[in-house]
Design a protein around this ligand. Structure first.
Ligand SMILES: [Zn+2]
Length: 374
């Protein structure tokens, strides 16, 4: 369903007619920058049939014939094609049909996937509190406050994770489980259980993404179905809100990579903390630069996929305030070198996709770590 309404920029009074494609999931948010004064304007809904959110602009009266009213197509869950963002006859949903048609995918199945996906946020609402209590105060407190024992908590976490990874990421989860089941994991379990930091990292990782999860919705189905991401796509997001998310996820998953690293050591006939290079220890590994944390398991077919979206240059380029979103081209300019002499640009849609992939890998690892603590 597309909802149309007129607004006026709060700062410069430029008039817009918003055509908002209603998504399936709540909360939902879509955002753009004012064409005249670059004010961030965002709109969406927190709950089904709830009041409309409108930030940076005010509601204006309907004006169908005024050519000065700029049409803006927004959709919280589907990327808009470049060149179509102001087309008064364009519906983003058609692009989804197009993708399904190209893949000869079953529309009924897609609807089911959509319905399952729409529960992702409410499942998180059930999980957020016990995860926080477990990671900061321990199992007993979680049980007394949230009425969940550890096993029930793990089930809840896995249900939530499964909603996200259902589709193309499932095989990555299967592979890591295969690897885990084929090796002797006793020493790794002992290591994990002696380290309370893991639970805190999982809590931090999930919250980092979920706090801004509305901004990452537009490529979730591309990830699930393997639809192509091209630089012809625009995501309606607020860059200021999300420019640090990739780097924050990157830092934490870099720490969680100790798990596949130890698994790979065991899989290659060594002790969990023994590396191929003589004299290289787990202690040394934990002090290496984050950029190298996935190197140890990159030739292990069951584990290598975990680092697919692990990209130190994207982390360095976006984690500082000198990256910005060019709202004419919808590209992110990355400050890649000291002094900013080298400018690299990537489409915003690619940034969104990388965040989604990295998040998927992180919750797969988190689920395994929780399993080890049973
Ligand atoms: Zn304005």
């Amino acid at each position: 369903m597309t909802i149309s309404f007129n607004i006026e920029c709060e700062d410069c009074s430029k008039k817009y007619r918003i055509r908002y494609g209603l998504g399936n999931n709540y909360p939902q948010l879509a955002s753009f920058q004012c064409y005249d004064c670059s004010k961030q304007i965002e709109t969406g809904y927190n709950v089904f049939r709830g009041d409309r959110i409108l930030n940076g602009a005010t509601v204006a009266k309907e004006e169908y014939d005024n050519p000065e009213v700029q049409v803006i197509n927004l959709h919280p869950e589907i990327p808009t094609k470049k060149g179509k963002e102001n087309d008064p006859l364009h519906f983003q949903t058609f692009d989804v049909f197009d993708n399904l048609h190209k893949q000869k995918a079953n529309f009924g199945e897609f609807r089911i996937q959509q319905i399952v996906w729409s529960k992702f946020h409410s499942k998180w609402s059930d999980l957020e509190k016990p995860l926080r209590i477990l990671s900061t105060k321990g199992e007993d407190k979680m049980k007394s406050i949230s009425k969940l024992n550890y096993r029930q908590f793990c089930n809840l976490f896995n249900e939530w994770m499964t909603i996200f990874i259902s589709g193309n990421l499932e095989s990555i989860f299967d592979d890591i489980c295969d690897e885990y089941n084929s090796i002797d994991t006793d020493d790794i379990k002992t290591f994990v259980n002696a380290e309370p930091k893991f639970l805190k990292q999982i809590n931090e990782f999930c919250n980092t993404y979920m706090k801004h999860h509305q901004h990452f919705q537009s490529t979730v189905f591309h990830l699930k179905y393997g639809w192509e991401i091209t630089d012809e796509m625009i995501a309606n997001i607020n860059w200021d809100d999300i420019h640090k998310v990739y780097g924050d996820l990157y830092e934490i998953i870099g720490d969680l990579f100790v798990i596949p690293t130890m698994m790979n050591n065991v899989a290659n006939g060594r002790k969990f903390d023994e590396f191929q290079t003589d004299g290289f220890t787990l202690d040394k590994y934990l002090r290496t630069d984050k950029a190298n944390r996935a190197m140890n398991f990159e030739s292990n077919a069951n584990l290598a996929h975990l680092s697919l979206s692990y990209d130190s240059s994207l982390r360095n380029g976006t984690h500082h305030k000198n990256s910005y979103l060019d709202t004419d081209t919808f590209e992110v300019s990355l400050g890649t070198s000291k002094g900013g002499t080298v400018e690299k640009k990537i489409p915003i849609i690619e940034y969104i996709q990388k965040c989604n992939e990295l998040f998927g890998m992180g919750i797969i690892l988190s689920s395994l770590i929780l399993e080890m603590k049973k």
